[in-house]
Write a protein that binds this ligand. Sequence first.
Ligand SMILES: [Zn+2]
Length: 66
Amino acid sequence: MNDNPHKPVDMVLVCIDCQREFTFTIGEQTYYASRSLTIPPRRCKPCRVERRARLVPDPNSWEGRR
Ligand SMILES: [Zn+2]
């Protein structure tokens, strides 16, 4: 019997961008949990990387402000 309901397992999710299945691994789940992110990712890694590359944050936008 599985007596640990919180035992992490790999999750297979479908990317909302490319509709492909991708694995939300235990390691990634742990990483998300460590950042208090309870919602699993909706995009696969390539799509997330691509999206992040498009939305380039300006590193000086908050640093140069007083
Ligand atoms: Zn994708």
